[in-house]
Design a protein around this ligand. Structure first.
Ligand code: PSV
Ligand code: MN
Length: 388
């Protein structure tokens, strides 16, 4: 059993990155519901993110999405983050919202469109240079809707060419994090549909290319923890986009739909050494809060990741290994279930109290008056939302 002090230390050192877009308005293709007090620009998104960090103590970085967070001066945005006790995290490229990308971006059949997409990816690396960000997160909506629409193999060649060009542009301390998704918006083929495709490209690229596991991007029933175990073993797990799904890419709060799955994933992270900050696994959220208030939902999400991590750390690994070695199927399963069934909320309350935080971050946020303040102050202007 891991010593209680080591469990506490591991929980204190875990950093969870929140996404700028989660602070803006979002919805479905049917309706985007505006909420009062929503940020109107990237600086206000950071102001909200600072509240999440203030109450949880473990959310020091914020991921940006370009062009949704485009500003004239990225170094100034980084300074604003610094003033708030934050840092700018992964830069997410966006090559899916221009009309030109109807048939794809870096895999598009026309060279001119591929060039445009590549220029955007280079722009994102320039932004990383200005913000000090380590990670370029790449998700491509590229794919086809109909059999025969394009040459599946040629599209892989185009993808490899673009990835190689970006890889060569990276600085020594920068990485490509390649994200996969099995369908949507393309429905017949997707050019990076699964971890295997992402892994094959990253392997060819080299050590500065790693795979991102978005927990919402798998077919129902997929064993995500197996993917995590394998990628970690191969040194290719770059990080997570955490969220929950019931049906597809629902982007609900992580741990809301299936806390047991999140625990199983975090157990493989712990087992594979991925919690050690030196392993470089980025624990990012990629969520949208369509009907619930955003800042407390993000606080809750951070807490859900912490709870799953705490339970994973509490697994009695000696007992588990002994049961596994002796073929004690029920004993091994019980070792995992005992940890999952533990109420870790008192432990996390203690960790927070030790760090000088309120043991109940959601309650502390509600008491803080931040929601009332932003509702009062953020009047007029254009609220941030999809596309801004
Ligand atoms: C695609 O569904 C995705 O998961 C990618 O990470 C995008 O950058 C993000 O969603 C946008 O919300
Ligand atoms: Mn994602």
């Amino acid at each position: 059993m891991t010593a209680p002090s080591a469990v506490k230390a591991a929980l204190t050192s875990q950093a969870i990155e929140t996404p700028s877009w989660a602070y803006g308005n979002s919805g479905t293709r049917f309706k985007v519901f505006a909420q009062p007090g929503v940020p109107r620009d990237p600086r206000e998104k950071l102001d909200d993110a600072a509240q999440v960090h203030r109450h949880t103590g473990v959310a020091p970085t914020v991921a940006l999405h370009i062009p949704w967070d485009r500003v004239d001066d990225y170094a100034a945005l980084a300074r604003h983050a610094d003033d708030l006790g934050l840092r700018l995290g992964a830069i997410n490229a966006n090559v899916f919202q221009d009309d030109d990308y109807k048939l794809g971006s870096v895999c598009h059949p026309e060279a001119a469109v591929r060039r445009k997409a590549l220029d955007h990816l280079f722009e994102c690396v320039d932004i990383m240079d200005a913000t000090g960000s380590r990670d370029l997160k790449l998700w491509f909506s590229d794919g086809t809707n109909y059999p025969g629409q394009d040459d599946i193999r040629a599209r892989q060649d185009r993808l490899a060419e673009a990835l190689t060009a970006v890889y060569e542009r990276l600085g020594d301390d920068q990485r490509i994090l390649l994200e996969y998704k099995f369908f949507e918006p393309a429905f017949y083929t997707t050019d990076v549909p699964d971890w295997g495709t992402a892994y094959a490209h990253c392997l060819k690229l080299g050590p500065k290319a790693q795979v991102v596991v978005d927990t919402g991007h798998h077919a129902p029933g997929t064993n995500i923890e197996f993917i995590v175990a394998l990628l970690l073993r191969e040194g290719k797990l770059g990080g997570f986009d955490f969220n929950s799904r019931f049906y597809a890419d629902d982007d609900l709060m992580v741990g809301a739909a299936d806390p047991f799955q999140l625990f199983r994933i975090m157990y493989e992270v712990v087992r594979g050494g991925g919690l050690d900050p030196a392993a470089g696994v980025a624990f990012m959220l990629d969520q949208c809060h369509n009907i619930e208030p955003k800042v407390p939902a993000i606080i809750r999400s951070v807490m859900n990741v912490q709870e799953a991590t705490a339970k994973a750390l509490l697994v009695d690994r000696d007992a588990l290994a002994a049961a596994q070695a002796s073929g004690d199927v029920l004993g091994a399963n019980a070792a995992l279930m005992d940890a999952f069934s533990t109420d870790v909320r008192p432990l996390l309350a203690e960790v927070r109290a030790d760090a000088g935080l309120d043991p109940d971050p959601v309650a502390a946020y509600h008491r803080s008056g931040w929601a009332e303040k932003i509702t009062e102050e953020r009047k007029g202007g254009q609220q941030a939302g999809w596309g801004a």
